[in-house]
Design a protein around this ligand. Structure first.
Ligand code: NAD
Length: 249
C-alpha cells in the first residue's frame, strides 16, 4: 500500500510544473487526484500524461465561485478531501517598486493571496466535518526574505506564511494540519520567465545555491508527500525550506 492510500487530494496549479509532478507522486502513493488549473488545454494534457484517472476542473483560484466549484466537484465525485495542495501562483512583473504598476501588484495578490485564502475558506469546512486533513500552501524562499525587483511576489509569498499560521491554529482543534513550503528556484516555466525578467541564466543563478543546482519538481513533491501523509501528524503551522542550502549562506 502507498503512503497516501485511498486519500483524496486536490492540487491547484495542477497542470503546472510542481503541481503535475506532485500529482504523479500522489497517484503513485495510492491517492485519487483532482487537478485545478486556469487552462483547459494544459489540464487535458496533464490528464493524458497522468493516465486519465484524475479529475480535472478548470477554475480561476482568485474567483470565489470558481473555488466553490472545484470543492463541490471534488466532494461530488469522491465524497471527501484529505489533502489540499494550495499551490497555484504567478510570478508577476520584474521591476523595482518605483516602476511596478498597481494593477500588476493587485493581480499577483489576487492569485497568490486571495486564491490561497479562498481555497482555505472553501476546503476547511469539508475537512472540519471529517475532523481530518492536511493542507500544504506553496510559498517560496521569497516568503521568508527579500530579493530585488519582485516586490508583488515577495509580498504575496510572505502573506502565505501568515495565512498558514492563522489557518494552522484555527484548524488544529479539528484535527487538521496546515504547513507551508518554501522552495528556492525550481526548474519550471516560472523560473524560465523569471530568468528572462531578471536577465540571468540558470548557471549563474545556480552559483548562489550551495548544492549548485535548481530544485526539480520531484524534490518538491517528495516534501509535499511527507507533509500530506500520516508520517507528519505532529507537524502543523511550520515553514519548510527546501532550498539547496541557501539558508545556510
Ligand atoms: P508553473 O507556472 O509551472 O505552474 C503554476 C500553475 O498555476 C500553472 O499551471 C498556471 O496555469 C496555474 N495558475 C496560475 N494562475 C492561476 C489561477 N488564477 N487559477 C488557477 N490556476 C492558476 O510554476 P510552478 O513553478 O509549478 O509554480 C507552482 C507554485 O510554486 C507557485 O505558487 C510558485 O509561486 C511556487 N514556487 C515556484 C518556484 C520556482 O522556482 N518555480 C519557487 C518557489 C515557489
Amino acid at each position: 500500500v502507498g503512503r497516501l492510500q485511498d486519500k483524496v487530494a486536490v492540487i491547484t496549479g495542477g497542470a503546472g510544473g510542481i503541481g503535475k509532478v506532485t500529482a504523479q507522486h500522489f497517484l503513485d502513493e495510492g491517492a485519487s487526484v483532482v487537478l485545478v488549473d486556469l487552462f483547459e488545454d494544459a489540464l487535458a494534457e496533464a490528464k493524458k500524461e497522468l493516465g486519465g484517472k484524475v479529475l480535472t476542473v478548470q477554475a480561476d483560484v482568485s474567483k470565489e465561485e470558481d473555488v466553490q466549484k472545484y470543492v463541490d466537484k471534488t466532494v461530488e465525485q469522491f465524497g471527501k478531501i484529505d489533502i489540499f495542495f494550495n499551490n497555484a501562483g504567478i510570478e508577476g512583473k520584474v521591476a523595482p517598486i518605483t516602476e511596478q504598476k498597481v494593477e500588476d501588484f493587485d493581480k499577483v495578490i489576487a492569485v497568490n493571496v486571495r486564491g490561497v485564502f479562498l481555497g482555505l475558506q472553501k476546503v476547511l469546512p469539508v475537512m472540519i466535518k471529517q475532523k481530518s486533513g492536511s493542507i500544504i500552501n506553496t510559498s517560496s524562499v521569497a516568503g521568508l526574505g527579500g530579493s530585488p525587483n519582485v516586490s508583488p511576489y515577495i509580498t504575496s509569498k510572505h502573506a502565505v506564511v501568515g495565512l498558514t499560521k492563522a489557518a494552522a491554529v484555527e484548524s488544529a482543534p479539528h484535527g487538521i494540519r496546515v504547513n507551508s513550503i518554501h522552495p528556492s528556484p525550481v526548474n519550471t516555466r516560472m523560473m524560465r520567465s523569471l530568468e528572462t525578467g531578471l536577465e540571468v541564466d540558470e548557471a549563474t543563478m545556480a552559483k548562489s545555491i550551495p548544492l549548485g543546482r535548481y530544485g526539480e519538481s520531484d524534490d518538491i513533491a517528495s516534501l509535499v508527500v511527507f507533509l500530506a501523509s500520516d508520517e507528519s501528524t505532529f507537524i502543523t503551522g511550520s515553514q519548510y525550506r527546501i532550498d539547496g542550502g541557501m539558508a545556510a549562506l
